[in-house]
Design a protein around this ligand. Structure first.
Ligand code: NDP
Length: 450
């Protein structure tokens, strides 16, 4: 960056921090995008005079509400909830709901901001949003989760709709929760419409939605490897997480010939040097997605699978790291250890799982790094396909959706590659940010000052 531009960037970041005190995750996400797109803004008087970046970094609106519900012992419980409708320039708001004890406004603003660029990259007409609650689903009975979801939707329903805002799942919100939420939505509105995605197949869901983020991350990884004249077959892939994204990344990785050597949950990680087989993975899927159990329960069950309590998987030897659990789960120390152990490629299945310091380490060492914004866009893409199927009142086949997903991930990779050809000094992080930015910025310019 030229020195005048560097000063403008510093001023922008200072203002951002002043306007958003205590919102570290949000500031982290915006700083990264601003760094990537500042050269574009610098060279475009229209973007500068329209204050595009300043407008893009303020959410359209943040809805904050109380969720009161009754637990099984008839105690009254109160949680906080939000829907951050970040940017509607290129389509109705779209983005997941997260139920986790750590949820706060900063995390949802960072996720809604990131979602805007990710959705733009898909090429589908979707704006950016995110929502959720500090409700902790761990240890709650199914009836408690149902009562919470019904109370949550009793407020949220007035803010969403198939042409307004279409939520989906995220951490702590899977098929069961979407069922409870959608059931309450149709009850309150008397309408059966595609106001949520990630629905069950018997009531308007799309084939491949639950697998889409993990599968998509593997398709993106294959594109990155192909650009290096390499293939996934035989590569040792360390995956973190054991939820929707991680388990289906593992499934697709296995199908494509990779050795999936780790998975983790918030208790610890499992390591299998020779790579998990399908039987073990199926059992883990049942344990985590159906029984809601802990990976620690698996120890000693399969020969060659070791469990490490209280640790993340970043100390193992691997070719590819795929962080698929949560934000800032891979820090500078973890990055250095991975690099020392032979890491060559990172593909982010989670949103912002690598800290700024980790990304800097990867950049310094020439590690090929696929940011979540591009690599995990498969989930929202198939959500977009679900909306299309709902609007047309039809269902595409599993093979059809999977083929469309693969082709969409390839097109995101192509957009990144084109940006990298345009400016040889940039990597996938800058490329994804710039490609996502252009479309949203141009739509905002077209609307005038709104
Ligand atoms: P799930 O709730 O299905 O799974 C999350 C997994 O990560 C669980 O195994 C969980 O452990 C683990 N985890 C969560 N928080 C922590 C933490 N603080 N420390 C250690 N482990 C943790 O969520 P998803 O798989 O849906 O989402 C994972 C990531 O992918 C998130 O960043 C999400 O935003 C992103 N993403 C998800 C999409 C989707 O379609 N679902 C789309 C795009 C991005 P435990 O089992 O112990 O709770």
């Amino acid at each position: 960056m030229a020195s005048k531009s560097q000063t403008d960037f510093s001023n922008f970041v200072n203002g951002l921090e002043r306007r958003n005190p205590h919102e570290n995750e949000f500031v982290q996400a915006v700083r990264e995008v601003a760094h990537s797109v500042f050269p574009l803004i610098d060279s475009d008087a229209d973007y500068r005079s329209a204050k595009i970046l300043e407008r893009m970094t303020e959410p359209d609106r943040v809805i904050s509400f109380r969720v009161s519900w009754e637990d099984d012992e008839r105690n009254i419980r109160v949680n906080r909830a939000w829907r951050v409708q970040f940017n509607r320039a290129i389509g109705p708001y779209k983005g997941g709901l997260r139920f986790h004890k750590s949820v706060n406004q900063s995390i949802l603003k960072f996720l809604g901001f990131e979602q805007t660029f990710k959705n733009s990259l898909t090429g589908l007409p979707m704006g950016g949003a995110k929502g959720g609650s500090n409700f902790n689903p761990k240890g709650k009975s199914a009836r408690e989760v149902m009562r919470f979801c019904q109370s949550f939707m009793s407020e949220l329903f007035r803010h969403i709709g198939s042409d307004a805002d279409v939520p989906a799942g995220d951490i702590g919100v899977g098929a069961r929760e979407i069922g409870f939420l959608f059931g309450q939505y149709t009850r309150l509105t008397n309408e059966f419409e595609g106001a949520l995605t990630g629905k069950g197949l018997s009531y308007g869901g799309s084939p491949v939605r639950k697998e889409a983020t993990g599968y998509g991350a593997i398709y993106f990884l294959q594109c990155m490897l192909a650009k290096q004249d390499e293939a996934l077959e035989g590569k040792r892939v360390a995956i973190s997480g054991a939820g929707n994204v991680a388990l289906f990344a593992a499934e697709r990785g296995l199908q494509e010939g990779a050795k999936v050597i780790t998975l983790s949950d918030s208790g610890g990680f499992i390591h299998c040097k020779s790579g998990l087989d399908e039987e073990a993975l199926d059992a883990i899927k049942t344990l985590k997605l159906e029984k809601r159990g802990r990976l620690s329960e698996l120890s000693e069950r399969w020969k060659g699978v070791e469990y490490f309590d209280g640790k993340a998987p970043w100390g193992v030897e691997c070719d590819v790291a795929a962080p698929c659990a949560t934000q800032n789960e891979l820090d500078g120390d973890a990055a250095r250890t991975l690099i020392d152990n032979g890491l060559r490629v990172v593909v982010e299945g989670a949103n912002m799982p690598s800290t700024d310091e980790a990304i800097q380490c990867f950049r310094d060492e020439g590690i090929v790094f696929g940011p979540g914004k591009a690599a995990n866009a498969g989930g929202v893409a198939v959500s977009g396909f679900e909306q299309s199927q709902n609007a047309a009142r039809l269902r595409w086949s599993r093979d059809d959706v999977n083929a469309r997903l693969k082709s969409l991930m390839q097109s995101i990779h192509r957009k990144c590659a084109e940006e990298m050809e345009r400016d040889e000094g940039i990597d996938y992080v800058d490329a994804a940010n710039r490609a996502g930015f252009r479309k949203v910025a141009d739509a905002m310019l077209a609307y005038g000052v709104v």
